[in-house]
Design a protein around this ligand. Structure first.
Ligand SMILES: O=C(O)CCC(=O)C(=O)O
Length: 271
């Protein structure tokens, strides 16, 4: 690896698999989540807001209102059991895991690590009050799931940066940046790229005029990114195991998902 802890293959995805992934995406119905909920209200100084982009999770769903999986303290009731990967993604995940074990040092891969969780992010333009607003970016953040994270990109290319955060109000210093191409795989892990630096997507190009066939109302998708992560199995619970108050917050989302997902429909029946 040119940068220890960071692996990049611009041509990871073969054309035949790209077609299968696009076919899968065309059947998916991502949802808009709110950051907070009745039982997890905004902290002081914050207000309720919708996430900037529609999302879908596989393996387990980390609803934003549950505040995501944040070990060591934030592990209880953060991850709701979700749909398994379709065949094509499972095959790609097996390859990604193999590459990770080859490319990363053993100390960078926690015991039991596997890519059992995936956040699918949809980047594009949102139709708001009759105007298309470009929301294709992600602010600087860290992914808190332990071990390396693998990121597969489709569609227009994205300008991705690792930054050193210098605290509130201070501009962050860019440490490394690169374009994430259609069909590329990026894996990052270890002390520098995963634990210390933040990462962000500054913008997504519009050069090729790509519009991916995704079913979200009032949204034009030009890039999809899958980030595969690891959550220990013991921290993933079925919907029915969530306490009553959180279940009340989650049920509207689960019902929306169940409209198109047999998996969620059966999870709701099991409550
Ligand atoms: O879209 C990307 O390339 C990055 C997504 C990301 O940062 C995340 O899902 O945590």
């Amino acid at each position: 690896m040119r940068h220890p802890g960071l692996y990049y293959d611009s041509k990871f995805l073969m054309d035949s698999d790209e077609k299968k992934v696009l076919d899968y995406l065309s059947e998916l119905h991502p949802i808009w989540e709110n950051r907070y909920s009745k039982h997890r209200p905004p902290p002081q100084g914050e207000s309720q807001r919708q996430l900037l982009r529609p999302v879908y999770w596989l393996g387990n769903w980390q609803f934003a209102c549950l505040d995501y999986y944040r070990p060591p303290k934030g592990t209880a009731f953060r991850c709701v059991r979700a749909e398994p990967y379709p065949e094509v993604l499972q095959r790609l995940v097996n390859k990604m895991e193999k590459i990770t074990f080859q490319q990363f040092r053993p100390k960078e891969i926690p015991k039991g690590w596997k890519l059992n969780t995936c956040l699918v992010n949809f980047y594009g333009s949102h139709l708001e009050n009759g105007k298309l607003v470009d929301v294709a970016r992600v602010g600087e953040h860290k992914d808190f799931e332990p071990g390396p994270v693998a990121s597969l990109s489709l569609g227009e290319r994205a300008f991705f940066q690792f930054v050193d955060s210098r605290g509130r109000g201070m501009p962050s210093r860019v440490v490394f940046q690169q374009w994430l191409e259609n069909g590329s795989l990026q894996i990052f892990g270890g002390e520098r790229y995963k634990d210390r630096l933040f990462h962000r997507v500054q913008r997504v190009e519009k050069k090729q005029g790509i519009q991916l066939p995704i079913k979200v109302e009032n949204f034009q998708t030009r890039r999809v990114n899958f980030t595969f992560r690891f959550v220990p199995d013991e921290h993933i619970l079925p919907l029915k195991k969530f306490p009553k108050d959180l279940l009340e917050d989650l049920l509207p989302y689960a019902k929306e998902l169940a409209q198109h997902s047999e998996f969620f429909s059966s999870e709701i029946k099991n409550i």
